[in-house]
Design a protein around this ligand. Structure first.
Ligand SMILES: *[C@@H]1O[C@H](CO)[C@@H](O)[C@H](O)[C@H]1NC(C)=O
Ligand SMILES: *[C@@H]1O[C@H](CO)[C@@H](O)[C@H](O)[C@H]1NC(C)=O
Ligand SMILES: *[C@@H]1O[C@H](CO)[C@@H](O)[C@H](O)[C@H]1NC(C)=O
Ligand SMILES: *[C@@H]1O[C@H](CO)[C@@H](O)[C@H](O)[C@H]1NC(C)=O
Ligand SMILES: *[C@@H]1O[C@H](CO)[C@@H](O)[C@H](O)[C@H]1NC(C)=O
Ligand SMILES: *[C@@H]1O[C@H](CO)[C@@H](O)[C@H](O)[C@H]1NC(C)=O
Ligand SMILES: *[C@@H]1O[C@H](CO)[C@@H](O)[C@H](O)[C@H]1NC(C)=O
Ligand SMILES: *[C@@H]1O[C@H](CO)[C@@H](O)[C@H](O)[C@H]1NC(C)=O
Ligand SMILES: *[C@@H]1O[C@H](CO)[C@@H](O)[C@H](O)[C@H]1NC(C)=O
Ligand SMILES: *[C@@H]1O[C@H](CO)[C@@H](O)[C@H](O)[C@H]1NC(C)=O
Ligand SMILES: *[C@@H]1O[C@H](CO)[C@@H](O)[C@H](O)[C@H]1NC(C)=O
Ligand SMILES: *[C@@H]1O[C@H](CO)[C@@H](O)[C@H](O)[C@H]1NC(C)=O
Length: 430
């Protein structure tokens, strides 16, 4: 718990969880990994930190700081408000320093060195009893790690601003949160006064994005879907907003499960899957339709891996555009891999096309098209059951129906393959 930094939006859930757990003593490391310091821009950082914690009698506050550079004093409200450090209630000069919260009520802490308190090294908390919290607890337990997509309001009630606390504010906001592919960030700000740019790491670090490629969004609110496994860097592009701390960096990872909060009957969530393309046959020239049959009924979600097995020097794996795929024109490719096994991590949503640059391999059927989705829309299937395809494509046409195969989820449409051919080809691997 001590490492979590969430604030008001999830406080109720946290409270409920804590109340339902046994009343164990907890240690709160002030500022979590940032410790106890002069925050880059003001007291906002420790207010945010405190808002994400519940302090109960018997808990310990641990101030982590470098002895000599910092100190911590417990003071009165008046001294806290005026940053008066002349006669603290208790002063600790050796870090890390612990305070046991042994009474109910408000506690005030400041750094007494130089102008540390004025610059924001100050913390006020409220300590409550374990039982008798005024907050009822209608909330369920915190959801387990696999979960449905979440929309995060960046900065919660503070929105997307030039934070009084400097960039620590948005690091603090992001800290302890998990961002999965399929989640959304909502940037709430005043139109005209703020904006959001997605930039490179270098531009983020230097706040210089002028000569870089970036995406600027100005319409309020900005809903930004996190659809790729990668690091995302956001800054305010106006004036000196970035320099002043309007910047946010997050890492997006694969959802270990599928959606669990979907209002419609949710398919079973699953962990990332590694698919061996063609299974035992591997990647070769198999005849028409074999790989579409192989892909049929499988769900590809971001985070999965494709493994292409082949004999070096006899095949390769070319990533191509849809046009090149359709025409078997491999004059230009997105990428070519020649060393077996080739592992492709599916790190973005959308359609992916694979073939071979070897002469006529594509025409002879060495081609695979898949559609990668952000979240599980069904479980991975094996082809061992002849009924598998229809059971996993409930909205699709009957497998026996003639006509273009175009309505099952997570497959490409319009590829010209016919379901009847697919079913014939299904037996190819058995
Ligand atoms: C205290 O800070 C030091 C140096 O930053 C760090 O190595 C250590 O893990 C921190 N301790 C805690 C409890 O966070
Ligand atoms: C600081 O606190 C001390 C002791 O309470 C008091 O005597 C002094 O006047 C205060 N200084 C200011 C500037 O308020
Ligand atoms: C502070 O409390 C933590 C957790 O109980 C403990 O591990 C640590 O040793 C204590 N540090 C000091 C200086 O007492
Ligand atoms: C502590 O709680 C009381 C009553 O709920 C409130 O008036 C006060 O502002 C709180 N103090 C702090 C420092 O949060
Ligand atoms: C966005 O900001 C406006 C104005 O501050 C506020 O009224 C609104 O509730 C905010 N929306 C969210 C989702 O926080
Ligand atoms: C952008 O590139 C131009 C031309 O290379 C250069 O003159 C200018 O200084 C660059 N601006 C920044 C902010 O790097
Ligand atoms: C993202 O992950 C990389 C590599 O694990 C790490 O170095 C970086 O600090 C992370 N960034 C954020 C914002 O968590
Ligand atoms: C591919 O390149 C070859 C040789 O440059 C050329 O003859 C052929 O027309 C090209 N094929 C297509 C479809 O562009
Ligand atoms: C293919 O070549 C690569 C690089 O030489 C080698 O690491 C790999 O083991 C080879 N694969 C097979 C299946 O021989
Ligand atoms: C996606 O994975 C490929 C290799 O499989 C890698 O080259 C590419 O940089 C990755 N893209 C992102 C956005 O991580
Ligand atoms: C790929 O999947 C996405 C998400 O389900 C869908 O919106 C898109 O239309 C699909 N593309 C094709 C070509 O089926
Ligand atoms: C898939 O369907 C969409 C919408 O009907 C269409 O825009 C798109 O071109 C189709 N994709 C293919 C690969 O035909």
């Amino acid at each position: 718990m001590g490492s979590e930094l969430k604030y008001l939006a999830v406080l109720a859930i946290t409270l409920a969880a804590l109340l339902h757990s046994t009343a164990a003593q907890e240690t709160h490391v002030v500022g979590d990994k940032f410790g106890w310091l002069v925050p880059p821009g003001g007291h906002y950082a420790y207010e945010v930190w405190a808002a994400g914690h519940k302090f109960s009698i018997g808990d310990i506050l641990e101030f982590n700081f470098t002895t000599g550079d910092q100190d911590v004093a417990k003071v009165t409200k008046q001294a806290f408000d005026s940053c008066n450090s002349t006669s603290p209630i208790e002063l600790k000069t050796t870090g890390p320093a612990n305070f046991t919260l042994d009474t109910i009520g408000e506690y005030y802490f400041i750094g007494t060195k130089d102008r540390h308190c004025e610059l924001g090294q100050k913390l006020a908390i409220n300590v409550t009893a374990h039982s008798g919290s005024p907050t009822p607890s209608p909330s369920p337990k915190p959801s387990p790690t696999p979960r449905g997509p979440v929309t995060y309001v960046v900065g919660d009630q503070f929105g997307w601003i030039v934070p009084p606390g400097g960039e620590l504010a948005y690091s603090a906001w992001a800290y302890g949160k998990t961002f999965y592919v399929g989640d959304t960030l909502e940037f709430n700000f005043t139109a005209g006064e703020q904006d959001v740019a997605v930039v490179s790491k270098e531009a983020y670090d230097t706040c210089n994005f002028v000569n870089t490629s970036y995406t600027l969004m100005t319409a309020v609110p900005v809903f930004f879907e996190l659809n790729i496994i990668r690091s995302y860097y956001f800054i305010g592009a106006k004036d000196k907003h970035c320099e002043l701390g309007q910047k946010l960096a997050i890492n997006v990872t694969a959802n270990p499960g599928g959606p669990t909060a979907s209002p419609t009957p949710a398919p079973a969530p699953r962990a990332p899957v590694t698919y061996i393309v063609g299974d035992k046959l591997g990647w070769l020239v198999p005849g028409q339709y074999a790989y579409s049959a192989w892909a049929y009924g499988k769900t590809f979600i971001v985070g999965d891996t494709l493994v292409f097995n082949f004999v070096n020097g006899t095949q390769d794996v070319a990533v191509v555009t849809k046009a090149a795929f359709d025409n078997c024109n491999t004059n230009s490719t997105v990428a070519v891999f020649t060393n077996s096994p080739v592992n492709i991590i599916l790190n973005t949503t959308g359609e992916l096309y694979f073939t071979s640059t070897y002469d006529r391999h594509c025409e002879l059927g060495q081609k695979l098209a898949i559609n990668v989705t952000a979240k599980s829309t069904g479980t991975a299937t094996s082809l061992s059951s002849p009924t598998t395809p229809s059971s996993h494509a409930p909205s699709a046409q009957s497998p026996a129906a003639p006509g273009p195969y175009n309505s099952a989820p997570s497959m490409i449409n319009g590829s010209g393959y016919f379901v009847s051919f697919l079913l014939v080809a299904l037996s190819f691997f058995h």
